[in-house]
Design a protein around this ligand. Sequence first.
Ligand code: ZN
Length: 119
Amino acid sequence: MKYCQGPLCHTYQTKDRIRGPKGAKVYQTRRRSSFYSLGGNACSMRCEQDWFQKFGERAVNHFGRIVEPIKLTEDNAWRKNERYYNPRGLNPYYWYNGLTEQELPMTEEQYNNQSLVRP
Ligand SMILES: [Zn+2]
């Protein structure tokens, strides 16, 4: 079980956030075994947005702000593809270059090898 990381989660007054005995009720941060927002760390899009509003700028600066364009070149444009429609019985796995549109055959083993990123 983990708590929603939304900094304002406890301020949204819904019944499922109420805890405590009559006369001493409080609203508290949601706690669940899993969440769907903020990569599994926030209970809702609202809490995700609250988190980004408060921490996003610092997070971007901390992990590395992009300060010049990242470029797609012939060298890093290779993608792994799988043919789902394959009436001619071609090798189902292949490299595809998003810039040159070149295709190269690939084995299933190469396709599944996560560290292999270009032919
Ligand atoms: Zn929340």
